[in-house]
Design a protein around this ligand. Structure first.
Ligand code: R2B
Ligand code: URA
Length: 312
């Protein structure tokens, strides 16, 4: 049984390397991070990994390789590096995810949904551990559907709810239902919010709860998927119930991300921009220009947070 307060305190008070809760890792002479195609040849002496990744303070994650490449370019600029070369994909040989490094920031893609995101998150957490990174933070930036907020609003997740509208992460492990806490540390959220003001940004950044589903369509109460056996009234009832729980956005990774990072004792945050207000419809119909503008909003927020964190 996990105690949420001890987990959150642990992840807030971290001032040392990443200690993962898996005793088997200490018994493995080597570890191949398969989907990243990164080989940790000698787990007893990871000096090569430490040289390459040891300075990492922030791991940014987001759905697509192209957006994470763009984020790497944006952060390079924000951090005052005038290098104009194309960011190098360090995980290219794995053919699954993209991984870029800009000084002390890693930018990794995670695909759509908890299952693809958890694969790369397990491997990245191990990478942070082998590299002996000190007190790193993991920040997902992404898109989502809004629940009763204007499209373009940025939501920083507090409590993550699953598709049953329960504030927990539920997964089958060894054939059993395992339920784990799914919250993000509030201190990090407050630090992020302190750096954001509507008057400067032209959009709202709010703290709220998030629902994560494993399915974009039925799992999010859409009626425009390939299959749907409920009506519009049932959908609206569900969305309103979510709204009553303080849920203001719906995406597909928050429960897994909050749960796994709590277990690992690593600070994390989830910053997503809403593309549609689900109380008004299901289709994401914004123009490519508006989408680009909206997708840039979490860049702004995360860039500012990273600069403050690094004292820049
Ligand atoms: C938000 O957007 C993606 C689905 O379109 C998914 O990764 C998510 O959480
Ligand atoms: N991503 C989601 O998961 N849901 C939406 O409605 C939009 C983006």
């Amino acid at each position: 049984e996990c105690n949420i307060h001890s987990l959150i305190n642990k992840s807030c008070n971290m001032s040392k390397g990443v200690e993962l809760k898996n005793p088997n890792l200490a018994r493995m002479p080597s570890d191949y991070l398969y989907h990243l195609a990164i080989n940790v040849a000698n787990t007893a002496d990871t000096s090569d990994i430490q040289r390459q990744f040891g300075d990492v303070k922030v791991l940014c994650m987001g759905g697509t390789p192209s957006r994470m490449r763009e984020l790497a370019r944006y952060l390079r600029n924000e951090l005052g590096n005038s290098d104009n070369s194309e960011p190098v994909d360090l995980a290219e040989a794995g053919h699954r995810y993209a991984l870029f490094k800009e000084g002390p920031v890693l930018c990794a893609s995670h695909g759509v949904g908890s299952s693809t995101a958890s694969v790369v998150l397990h491997e990245l957490l191990k990478l942070l551990k082998y590299a002996k990174c000190q007190d790193p933070i993991i920040i997902r930036i992404g898109t989502c559907g809004g629940v009763g907020v204007a499209p373009g609003t940025v939501v920083v997740t507090k409590d993550a709810y699953n598709g049953y509208l329960r504030n927990e992460h539920e997964i089958p492990i060894l054939g059993k239902r395992v339920v784990r806490p799914a919250q993000f540390p509030e201190q990090v959220i407050q630090d992020i919010l302190r750096l954001s003001k509507r008057s400067d940004d032209g959009f709202d950044t709010i703290m709220a709860n998030t629902m994560s589903s494993d399915c974009f369509y039925e799992g999010q109460g859409r009626i425009d998927g390939a299959v749907c056996d409920y009506d519009d009234a049932a959908k609206m009832e569900f969305l309103k119930e979510a709204h009553k729980l303080g849920i203001r956005n719906i995406e597909m990774e928050a429960t897994m991300l909050s749960s796994l990072t709590l277990q690992a004792g690593v600070k994390a945050a989830d910053i997503c921009v809403t593309l549609v207000n689900r109380l008004n419809g299901d289709q994401v119909e914004i123009t490519p220009e508006t989408k680009k503008d909206y997708e840039h909003r979490p860049f702004l927020i995360v860039g500012r947070y990273i600069k403050a964190l690094l004292g820049k």
